[in-house]
Design a protein around this ligand. Structure first.
Ligand code: AMP
Ligand code: MG
Length: 413
């Protein structure tokens, strides 16, 4: 058997992303239901926000020309609470005004009430104690959003603050991309579901819960097709079932080239497959291909990504490769994950020839600590950790070095 090509993480990712095409279908959903979805169209504002020039302070709307001398006494000619509109400010007068109320025509500044005083015995006059600058404490009409202008762009992942922007633009519903449909199954005769008794040599299927939860946090519609035994016919049957109603199939395990690894022949029989060795640790084998939806070529294909079985490897390869692929299917920008240059408070002198992703935790001194056991089978390293250090090939780390730190949070949304 010819050895699969060894790719860098970037080469593998570029290859994956060159295939991914955004789903086309969109749906209109009520604002609260759009959280975590991807905007399918630009949102144009229906209104100006704020709707009129208004005050950001409780105080007095003034004509600055009337209030240049500290100690000026000016007549309080009107009172404008939020939700009301005043009348033109006559020279020599001011308006009592409250946060959010429109500044009346003629006024060109607001003096906050802390800079004013009402002389004893007077109720309708105010003394301005600090000369205002033109425009002071005035929020301009449309400074946040303008009618007809883009408030949110297509492809935006909707977080709470985007829902608020859309609401202030006057929308009740948003056009979003349909959810990406992903089927997952897990290969291995040794696997059992938690709650079931373990036979000798058996282990619980942890990848199921890790990977399904990863899919959910990315906003996918995830289908669990369960544990599939290490047999070619069973693997092929699971692929056929998974391809029907899904955009993407992901699996764990069975992607090495051992006798018990049936992913490669099964996907090759049901579609097409590339098996890659990626020069990363943990990770290494990754399978990428497509599975026919039926014998009719017009029915199309579902994408296939086969992850390694070791729990840390499948988690890390999901974050590094499957996530950006899904982002692109969702119509989002699959940009490089956010990283920070942080100080390593550990030594990692036995650098591997592969690009390593070390599980680390932020410490209270503003540096990073390393989990002592970096084995790809030790999933507690990932739950202990806050993120990954992307360690270039053959580059040892000494305490005090700055390293590239990618928080898990940035990879799970
Ligand atoms: P494989 O990639 O199938 O050769 O599996 C590599 C290692 O990962 C083996 O030790 C498996 O027992 C383990 N493994 C495979 N699938 C899972 C799973 N779903 N949950 C936990 N461990 C797994
Ligand atoms: Mg296996």
């Amino acid at each position: 058997m010819t050895k699969p090509p060894m790719l860098t993480a970037q080469q593998a990712l570029d290859h994956l992303l060159s295939h991914a095409k955004p789903v086309n279908e969109t749906e209109s959903v009520a604002m609260q239901a759009s959280l975590g979805r991807v905007l399918a169209e630009n949102v144009n504002s229906l209104v100006d926000v704020p709707p009129l020039d208004n005050t950001s302070m409780d105080g007095y709307a003034v004509r600055t020309a009337d209030a240049q001398h500290s100690g000026n006494l000016l007549k309080i000619a009107q009172r404008i609470p939020a939700g009301s509109v005043g009348t033109t400010l006559e020279p020599g007068t001011v308006a009592r005004i409250f946060t959010g109320a429109p500044v009346p025509p003629g006024a060109d500044a607001v003096v906050m009430q802390e800079d004013c005083s009402i002389p004893e015995g007077l109720t309708d006059q105010v003394q301005i104690n600090a000369a205002p600058a033109v425009g002071q404490w005035i929020r301009r009409r449309g400074e946040d959003l303008m009618t007809g202008k883009v408030a949110l762009t297509a492809g935006t992942f909707l977080r709470p603050q985007e829902l608020g922007v859309a609401a202030s633009a006057g929308l009740t519903h948003l056009a979003v991309k349909r959810r990406v449909k992903v089927a997952a199954f897990f290969t291995g005769d040794e696997l059992a579901l938690p709650g079931e008794p373990l036979k000798p040599g058996g282990i619980y299927n942890s990848n199921r819960d890790t990977l399904l939860a990863c899919l959910k946090s990315l906003g996918c519609d995830a289908t669990d097709l369960g544990i599939v035994p290490d047999r070619l016919d069973a693997t092929k049957a699971a692929l056929r079932k998974a391809s029907k109603d899904h955009d993407l199939i992901i699996t764990s395990g069975g992607v090495s080239v051992g006798e018990e690894d049936h992913i490669k022949p099964a996907v090759s029989a049901e579609g097409r497959l590339d098996l890659w060795q990626i020069a990363i640790k943990p990770g290494k084998p990754l399978a990428f291909g497509a599975v026919r939806k039926s014998d009719d070529p017009k029915a199309g294909e579902a994408w296939f990504i086969g992850l390694p079985g070791n729990p840390v490897s499948s988690f890390v390869t999901f974050l590094l490769f499957v996530r950006p692929f899904i982002l692109k299917l969702q119509g989002r920008e699959a940009k490089q994950p956010q990283f920070y240059m942080m100080r390593a408070d550990f030594d990692w002198l036995k650098a591997d020839r592969r690009n390593e992703f070390l599980r680390v935790k932020l410490n209270s001194n503003g540096g990073l600590d390393l989990f002592p056991n970096q084995s790809s089978g030790v999933l507690t390293s990932a739950s202990w950790g806050d993120g990954l250090v992307d360690c270039p090939p053959s580059q040892p780390i000494k305490a005090g070095d700055l390293v590239k730190y990618i928080p898990f949070d940035a990879l799970l949304q």
